[in-house]
Design a protein around this ligand. Structure first.
Ligand code: DHB
Ligand code: FE
Length: 294
């Protein structure tokens, strides 16, 4: 059967993609940020997944404000990097995993989560920047990401957005779906977006290190409590775009210790933790959690 072995959490910022694409990662502004991902790139090489289930948000790129699914699963064979105004990023086309995506869709919808099935979708910085941070820039004559990716888009752009609690429960349903797929696959689930940032209004540029780090502590040690964070707390404490953090709860809900009947033996190992300010207008948070070996 397929198995979720680890979860990865990381912020996304379009300027990070631009820094990589324009060869600026060693500039003094960016160097400390990319240093925080050195461990992670090696870890991913040492622990290569067969598939990445990548929870992210679209920024009115694939879905305009005319049509906004709350949860959308990418079932296509390929996803093109989107043109976000400056042309598409020079990164490989994302290869999907239609069989596993269709299986997860069937299982999760039967478990009462209404997903939107997406058979054609361009993917913006919300998905490509986390891939770049974890994989570096794919090179060679035929550059490719290291494995297939199932894009899972969550609406955190237009209110009402889903609650953290619902995201956490959805993570459990995704986990159950993966475990009922009849092929030995090593699956990682990534939760992306966040941490503190506000891009608009009088509080634009807001950063709240204390809140971010307390929330990371909670996500690690007491995820059900992190999932109970009300929307208004994200907006007040983490800024209007800090709401992207609910997506991390989907990944956390898929880990061993979040499942019914879990014991202390199911506690994940924190392989890596990193926090950095600033990256453009955003605080960057990053975690790698591994499930215990079976
Ligand atoms: C920034 C951050 C985001 O999450 C985003 O989607 C766009 C911009 C920023 O910090 O500039
Ligand atoms: Fe964003």
């Amino acid at each position: 059967m397929a198995r979720i072995t680890a979860s990865v959490y990381t912020s996304h910022v379009p300027a990070i993609g631009a820094a990589i694409d324009l060869g600026k990662t060693h500039e003094p502004y960016w160097q400390p940020l990319f240093k925080g991902y050195e461990f992670s790139k090696q870890w991913l090489k040492d622990n290569p997944p067969d598939v990445i289930f990548l929870v992210y948000n679209d920024h009115a790129t694939a879905f305009s404000l005319e049509m906004i699914p709350t949860f959308a699963i990418g079932c296509a064979a390929q996803f093109q990097p989107a043109d976000e105004g400056w042309g598409p990023r020079p990164v490989p086309v994302v290869q999907g995993h239609p069989e596993l995506a269709a299986h997860i869709t069937q299982s999760v919808i039967q478990d009462d989560f209404d997903l939107t099935i997406v058979n054609k979708m361009d993917v913006d910085h919300g998905l490509t920047v986390p891939l770049s941070l974890m994989c570096g820039q794919p090179e060679g004559p035929e550059p490719a990401w290291p494995c297939p990716v199932i894009p899972f888009a969550v609406n955190v752009v237009q209110y009402p957005v889903p609650s953290g609690r619902r995201c956490y429960e959805l993570g459990k349903a995704i986990r159950k779906a993966v475990e009922s797929f009849d092929e030995n696959l090593n699956v990682q689930i990534w939760g992306t977006g966040g941490m503190t940032h506000q891009l608009q209004g009088p509080r634009a540029g807001l950063i709240n290190r204390e809140w971010d780090n307390a929330w990371l502590d909670k996500l690690i040690a007491d995820p059900a409590a992190a999932a109970a964070t009300p929307h208004i707390d994200y907006v007040r404490e983490a800024g209007s775009e800090g709401i992207e953090l609910v997506m991390w709860l989907i990944a956390r809900g898929a880990m061993d210790d979040a499942q019914a009947g879990a014991t202390a033996a199911d506690t994940p190992t924190v392989r890596h933790r990193f926090y950095h300010v600033p990256a453009s207008n955003t605080a960057v948070g990053h975690l790698i959690l591994e499930n215990p070996q079976p």
